[in-house]
Design a protein around this ligand. Structure first.
Ligand SMILES: *[C@@H]1O[C@H](CO)[C@@H](O)[C@H](O)[C@H]1NC(C)=O
Length: 207
């Protein structure tokens, strides 16, 4: 009994030291079948997970296959999919650092879809989709985000405080949209972020 307790103690202390020293846990991809049709590779800083030419249900199922493990998903790339809506809680329990949703017909980003990864996410790329406005409610909690790429969407206006909450953002890019109206308070809360907008954007009235 005493010996078991001792062993447990030793492990607890070691795990604690490990956490303090942020010693790296060797990352491992899940079984292929657990995340199919997505694929996974181990990279230096974590996993690189790719899902292409599939749909929302398959992506949700694959995300479930990544849950419950101490994984760092350094890149999650969802490309060329039929993903009209990013559902709430789809990434709950995952540690995602760079998220790309590209050319996937995305038009709705549910409010609770990104909240759970707000403490880890540093890059969000939702380029080449069908967004008609900035999904402010969904991105409001991304307090570590450095880069937001919304190029090549169908955004025609930037509403008041569209990017509020993105207090760490450094680069915002909105090329290839049809922006013709920008609220005077559109960028309130964005700090010193560099804003890259389409050439023809009418910036009159923007502070
Ligand atoms: C976008 O995705 C579709 C599949 O949904 C694919 O057929 C098409 O080639 C992709 N377009 C580009 C420019 O990659």
């Amino acid at each position: 009994m005493a010996r078991v307790r001792m062993v447990r103690w030793t492990w607890a202390v070691l795990a604690g030291l490990c956490a303090l020293a942020t010693c790296e846990v060797q990352q491992q991809c899940p079984q292929r079948s657990e995340i199919s049709p997505c694929t996974c590779q181990v990279k230096k800083n974590g996993l690189d997970v790719l899902c292409e030419m599939t749909d929302q249900q398959h992506i949700s199922d694959a995300m479930a296959g990544l849950k419950g493990k101490p994984l760092v998903i350094f890149y999650l790339k969802l490309r060329h999919n039929n993903l009209k809506k990013l559902p709430g809680f789809v990434f709950l329990g995952l540690d995602i650092r760079h998220l790309t949703i590209h050319n996937s017909s995305l038009s709705v980003v549910e409010e609770a879809s990104l909240t759970s990864i707000g403490k880890m996410l540093t890059q969000l790329d939702v380029s080449q989709n069908s967004l008609t406005q900035v999904p402010s409610a969904a991105i409001r909690n991304l307090h570590h985000l450095l880069i937001l790429n919304m190029n090549h969407n169908k955004i025609s206006s930037l509403h008041s405080r569209a990017f509020q909450g993105l207090d760490t953002l450094e680069i915002l890019t909105l090329y290839e949209n049809k922006i013709n109206n920008i609220d005077a308070e559109a960028f309130v809360g964005l700090g010193k972020a560099i804003k890259l907008l389409p050439d023809k954007t009418n910036l009159v009235g923007v502070a």
